[in-house]
Write a protein that binds this ligand. Structure first.
Ligand code: ATP
Ligand code: MG
Length: 444
């Protein structure tokens, strides 16, 4: 087995070895190289202690010296170099109380989560694979190093990581590993929202977002996203649908581009359907108000998972707008854009398309045709740079004050009225006309 290491990684390993230490590229980068995937980053493991690493390289950053990690800077690029270590006793399913350094590579590989993540390589020694990671890559299996039950008790996040790697690589989770997750999924509640958020995001933007179903089946969403369990258990007796809310959502994720905001928006677009479901006189289920209620719920869920405000705002806009279907005149589309927030465009079209493609085939052609015309109308409005905001209005507050209108809330109201006029008819975005309109209005 020969792996092409980047020049700089080779240089670091070589330099450490020249100084009498052992050094290997390790973990995800080896897994990805063997699979022919492009590694995200190259981690290096070494028998050298952090102080020794720092003494060898001229530019280093103390990333986590107490855990053995030093970042070696080569030009603008940084590489994490971590001393062989064993993790001490774990407390609360969370983190080792202390780590101790070890002279043994095998000991270091033993503390790693999955066999496919526990291989090391350098050009001199070749591949070090003590736990049959190669066999599991071949079998397409995510399997714990050692006893799954014990490994999840050490760090409960590993349960989510197992499913996440499965989603990224298109692998199954090994049977014994899965059984251990089922037993221990409740302990995920000890894990910080930040760590859970990172794993959820990676799973969602992966090639296999349908692995959300595995999170559900193994009892993981019950802890970190119970709203999803309710969706999985809510049927939709309506001609537009053929799945439960949850299965519809999974199908929609598969039709969504691999983008964080889009996938989060689609994951949560129908989150309020369970609470909004009613049975109509027609005998069918209806979900009145679910986009607005869903936007609210999405905000609460994403805050709980510690997503950033920008992501939350954007996702909320998309959830709120996902079922808004204006009659297609330019005027109506302009108004929809202002109503839903310009933030929601053009991403709303990807969300709506995914939603339609995951519904029953009832009226699908018409729905897609409508969507195409909606988007074309939007494009035209943008291309023509039609006025949609106060900033683009041909008059501003200063103009009105110069006309003798007093500054204050009244002034804002007048500007809004003028914007409404222009949204009705963009040709009216003319200074003279709008100023006259403003003074006329005041006289009334
Ligand atoms: P990616 O970077 O795509 O998330 P990765 O395999 O590089 O994948 P990282 O989280 O960057 O994953 O971790 C690097 C390596 O550290 C892993 O390959 C694994 O060997 C080890 N590791 C990371 N997190 C854990 C953990 N919670 N428990 C045990 N080992 C871990
Ligand atoms: Mg990594």
């Amino acid at each position: 087995m020969k792996i092409a290491l980047p020049e700089k990684v080779n240089y670091i390993i070589d330099t450490l070895m020249q100084s009498g230490y052992e050094a290997y590229a390790v973990g995800g980068c080896i897994r990805d190289s063997i699979l022919g995937r492009k590694p995200e980053d190259w981690d290096i493991t070494t028998s050298a202690k952090p102080q020794e690493v720092k003494a060898i390289f001229s530019k280093t950053i103390d990333t986590g010296v107490e855990h053995g990690t030093v970042t070696v800077m080569l030009g603008r690029e940084g590489f994490e170099v971590t001393t062989y270590r064993v993790d001490g006793k774990y407390e609360d399913f969370r983190h080792p109380k202390e780590v101790t350094f070890t002279p043994s590579l095998i000991e270091d590989l033993k503390r790693r989560d999955f066999t496919i993540n526990a291989m090391a390589y350098n050009p001199k020694e070749g591949l070090v694979d003590a736990f049959d990671g190669m066999g599991d890559l071949d079998r397409k299996l995510v399997r714990c190093v050692g006893q799954a039950h014990q490994r999840f008790q050490e760090d409960a996040l590993r349960m989510m990581r197992a499913v996440r790697f499965g989603a990224q690589l298109g692998f199954a989770v090994d049977g014994a590993t899965k059984a251990a997750v089922k037993e221990l999924s409740d302990t995920l509640r000890y894990i910080s929202a930040e760590r859970i958020q990172a794993e959820l995001t990676k799973l969602l933007v992966s090639a296999h977002p349908q692995e959300m179903r595995t999170l559900y089946e193994l009892g993981i969403t019950r802890v970190m996203l119970p709203e999803f369990d309710v969706m999985m258990q809510t049927g939709q007796d309506n001609p537009h649908h053929m799945y439960t809310v949850g299965e519809h959502t999974i199908a929609a994720l598969l039709h969504t581009p691999e983008d964080k905001v889009l996938r989060l928006a689609v994951l949560l677009h129908d989150v309020a359907k369970p609470v909004c479901r009613t049975r109509g006189k027609d005998g069918k289920h209806h979900f009145y108000g679910h986009p607005k209620a869903g936007s609210q719920m999405a905000g609460e869920i994403l805050r709980r998972l510690k997503f950033d405000n920008e992501t939350i705002a954007k996702v909320r806009c998309l959830v709120n707008g996902h079922d808004d279907n204006p009659i297609l005149t330019e005027k109506n589309v302009r108004k929809a854009m202002v109503r839903l927030g310009l933030n929601a465009y053009p991403d709303i079209f990807a969300v709506k398309k995914a939603d339609i493609l995951a519904q029953s085939s009832y009226k699908r052609t018409q729905k897609l045709e409508y969507l195409k015309r909606y988007e074309a109308c939007y494009r035209k409005i943008i291309e023509q740079k039609q006025c949609l905001t106060l900033k683009e209005l041909a008059v501003n507050g200063g103009d009105l004050i110069a006309m003798g209108i007093k500054p204050g809330p009244g002034l804002g109201k007048v500007l809004k009225q003028l914007l409404d006029i222009v949204l009705e008819d963009p040709l009216k975005n003319e200074k003279e006309y709008l100023l006259k309109k403003a003074t006329d209005n005041l006289k009334i």
